[in-house]
Ligand binder design. Sequence first.
Ligand SMILES: [Zn+2]
Length: 706
Amino acid sequence: MKKMMTLVALSSILLTGCGGKKESTPAADQSNPFFTVWNTPYGVPPFEEIKYEHYLPAFEEGIKRQKEEIDAIVNNPDAPTFENVIEALEYSGELLYNVQAVFFNLMECVNSDEMKEIAEKAIPMVTQHGDDISLNAKLFARIKAVYDQRDQLSLNEEQSRLLEENYKSFVRNGANVPEDLQPRFREINEKLSLLTHKFGENVLTATNNYKLIVEDVNRLVGLTEDQIAAAAEAANRDEATKGKWVFTIHLPSMEPFLQNCKDRELRKELWTAYSTRCTSGDTDNRGIIDEMVNLRLERAKILGFESHASYVLDDCMAKTPEKVNDLLTSIWTPALEKAKQEAKEYQKMINGEGGKFNVEPYDWRYYSEKLRKEKYELDNDVIRQYFSLNGVKNGIFMICEKLYGITFELNKDIPVYTEGVEAFEVKENGKVIAILYMDYHPRASKRSGAWMTNFREQSVSKEGENVIPVVSLVMNFTSPTAEKPSLLNFDETETFFHEFGHGLHSILSNCHYRSLSGTNVSRDFVELPSQIFEHWASDPEVMKMYAKHYKTNEVIPDALIAKLEAAATYGQGFVNTELLAASFLDMDYYTITKPEKITLPDFEDNAMNKIGLIPQIISRYKSTYFQHIFSGGYSSGYYSYTWSAVLDNDAFDAFKEKGVFNKEVATSFRKNILERGNTEDPMELYLKFRGKEPSIEPLLKNRGLK
Ligand SMILES: [Zn+2]
């Protein structure tokens, strides 16, 4: 997942700002690091110096300064030009950019009550400010004046794109909203940003609050010794559960439990806790969903769109809900067919064991894992031994060097935000071109999942200096134990490659303007660099180069690679079905064209019945914890994983045709995609790389759906 700052996504203007030197005003408190020059290596944030009390004054001052900069643009007596309007706006708001980048990134990975309290004050302030800019009629008039004379200005390609994107973004953010509707429009935005935030907090709280406490170890038959030991360790951390076994609904605890625990009642208990999260009590998200869906519809209507999805997609590569629906349906049919076959196989196993029950969602992973072991003798615990965190990391570095000629050097002098985080210098021809943070393991203060984000994006400053990006990858990989280093299963390995692919999009960015650089592309294009990079994780030739036994250094045996390959298409009916079901659910919420009372679970049940989802499978995310579409930036955008998958499979075919480390193809991918950010229409960029439009066939083939 590529993290999108939700607030910022509302108003991209907030993310634009100066990449140049920090200035301080005499009024600003010099003991607040946000008001001083950061004398750290490469100017990364001085994490140790930043205290809670520094954030709010920095937000306030940052907003004040950008207001002054905007006033100067608006009140400039000179006629509007590209430089005095568009560029001036692009380079405004530097302090606010910095405080937002630090605060919102840390809120996701080192959260605390103090951070939550600050967020509740800062979020409305920032939203209000974003609206003040995007609804500033005088500012928009000057932007429009430049836009209207765009054909007479001799702008280069990137400047034209910046002008167009700014104009469009203002229109999309409500610059053309009639004056009488503006107060309501602002109110909607404020409400949405609070609801968005509350939704995510509820999911985090509900996830952290739940524990499955097992008192009798005999009920844990099927789990490995490591898994049982980890559960005992977790139990011993708390006086109340000492001597027992504790499992949670965090994925690293839940997934192996559901795959292995023979006790059906326990599986059901954990699964029910997971899948009914946030449907009652203090963390109930149902009302929030009803409110958000209707508010988003109302906002889209004000902006002249039929639905929220139409509004969102207008700015994406897919362009319309119809195109999305066509894509989802074309893959849904073969995926569901395959899932039904899988369900039959599991039912056969259950019947064969004399089990007198129908396969239920909490049985699926158990029988799937069992059959996987039977068919491929693939055992995650055997696989893990070849994918140590360090081995995978060094493998990724090696691949990057072969493809793009870049290297990674750990630098312990670069400040990090918490223990265990590593900071690397990324070098090309001896020159540092980026800083990369990696944060590997779960913490209670960290959101679940994995994402890539930036503390600073690549750009050329107002003074003409290249500003190198500061990139961060945040993951939740299996932690090391007293006996073993961190050993990844293959999913985790692919996740690592995935996030690293996003990282490369930012690291290799070679753009002029920050708001167009790196991963600032449409959301159905942003997953191409990440998903294509996963192909190197599973390529047999490449795997032999990096997958080595953590103890003996023995290269992964051919037989195991063959099994991994055969297993790659195993269970794809389920994987695609749950993913597509979530995509359909997302589209159902946001293609409503009239206000309606959203009642759960009815709305969700209807959506699933409509596509004929079988009862043994549920949507990858149920509504009340579907963070992508209610607290992330993916509303009407969950399909983009599939859209990007079409692109990445088709794009990797270009490598396969000439060799996975082919320099010519790699250079073309770098020059046309990774370096270009949003400086040109994504389909145009893709055509330049591939020479033809993407085909759906490689995806169906690679996923075993054809
Ligand atoms: Zn991603």
